[in-house]
Design a protein around this ligand. Structure first.
Ligand code: 9MR
Length: 393
């Protein structure tokens, strides 16, 4: 009995949190009439109906937006149903592993002056074949670096290495890339520096200038592509996310003022409802406005909603996850500088969260728009509704 009570309380608590978000987002988003706002109080009854027919990429395109996802050569070559779902729904594609220095079973950089383009070429061909806009993710990151990197790189040779990486790798795909995540996740306020920069091998070997350098080198080789700074942890009304928003804004303003060729901010949007993560549409909207006023575009680059802390009941879980998708997207799509939405995977069959944020009860995670059988979930409807209600670009 106590256990049941506890569970019920916990469920109400979670509903309370997401309902709060739903109400505040409802108040500000188009397409919510008074009746719907009141309905949004109860997630059981929240309505995620959408008109039938159009895919996500078509709904996005109607508003001048781009929808896309990420995957790997491994999943695409072994799973025709998944490939078909991606081609049906997406206009943009992000390699989850193959454009990194190394990740999963891909190894782009086997040595200091060696490249293996086989997997990256496969991705570029796949994207071209299916008319998918391709994102280059990512050139400079502290993570997914090969073993030799740590043993070899120092302040004497780091600039040469970065230059060679960009001049060889970026050049190979120049003109075929929609946007490069030139620098990924360079801010970590907990590292204690005044400028908020994360302490990474790149910072240690090249100093604070490494970010500007990476953008300039990329721009020189691929002047057509949109050059992006990409980061996570920018979404919630928590002291941690607030500090990160401030530091990112300072970084972007500094880069712009010194003439760095940077064109967009990538907001990863790995969302995590529950706990202390309060969602504050006004604060998020203000941040987007501040970024846009620097003359930058914004892309939502890696969206997903972890259900790690949500109740086990699939119906309840899917409702909450869908509510988070719609509330978040209704808020960010109101800012016209936002040009694209990418979810970090399309089907629950393949999500990094299965490995990195598994549920305590061992049941499979459900963070994405399609279920493991490629059927549309409420999250799919929620994204469709957000596109349908978004202002025209
Ligand atoms: O989803 C990606 C996972 O398969 C890789 O093992 C991991 C390391 O390369 O990266 C994951 O994607 C990350 C992305 O590249 C950057 N932002 C956070 C993403 C989730 O960890």
């Amino acid at each position: 009995m106590r256990k049941i009570l506890k569970l019920t309380n916990r469920r109400n608590f979670l509903f309370g949190l997401s309902s709060l978000a739903a109400i505040s987002a409802g108040v500000i988003s188009r397409g919510f009439d008074r009746h719907q706002k009141i309905e949004a109080l109860d997630h059981h009854q929240r309505d995620f109906t959408v008109s039938q027919g159009l895919s996500l990429k078509e709904r996005a395109a109607k508003k001048g937006l781009i929808y896309g996802t990420t995957s790997t050569k491994k999943y695409l070559t072994s799973d025709p149903a998944y490939m078909a779902a991606i081609v049906e729904n997406c206009r943009m594609f992000v390699p989850e592993w193959e454009f990194k220095w190394t990740a999963g079973n891909a190894l782009l950089r086997p040595g200091f002056d060696r490249f293996d383009f086989s997997a990256a070429d496969w991705i570029a061909n796949f994207s071209a074949t299916h008319q998918l806009l391709l994102r280059g993710h990512t050139l400079v990151w502290h993570s997914s670096l090969p073993k030799w990197f740590k043993e070899t790189v120092n302040s004497e040779n780091a600039e040469q290495l970065l230059q060679n990486h960009i001049q060889t790798f970026v050049k190979r795909y120049a003109g075929k890339i929609h946007s490069w995540d030139v620098v990924n996740e360079a801010i970590k306020t907990e590292d204690g520096r005044d400028d908020g920069l994360r302490i990474t091998p790149w910072l240690n070997s090249l100093g604070t200038n490494y970010i500007d350098l990476a953008f300039r080198l990329t721009s020189a080789v691929d002047p057509q592509a949109l050059l992006v700074y990409n980061d996570f942890g920018l979404d919630y009304d928590t002291p941690k996310d607030e500090a990160k928003r401030d530091a990112v804004l300072k970084l972007l303003a500094g880069l712009k003022s010194q003439g760095t060729p940077i064109h967009a901010l990538g907001i990863q949007a790995h969302l995590s409802p529950g706990g202390n993560n309060k969602f504050n549409p006004e604060k998020l909207r203000q941040f987007l406005k501040d970024v846009a006023s620097l003359g930058l575009k914004i892309m939502i680059t890696e969206m997903d909603v972890t259900d790690k802390n949500l109740p086990v009941d699939i119906k309840v879980r899917d409702h909450i996850v869908a509510g988070v998708y719609e509330d978040y997207l209704a808020t960010v799509l109101d800012e016209k500088a936002v040009i694209a939405v990418i979810t970090w995977g399309l089907s629950d069959r393949y999500s990094w969260l299965s490995e990195f944020e598994p549920r305590g009860d061992g049941t499979p995670v459900r963070p994405l728009p399609l279920d493991t059988q490629m059927r549309r979930k409420l999250a799919w409807n929620a994204i469709a509704r957000a596109f349908d209600n978004a202002p025209q670009r």
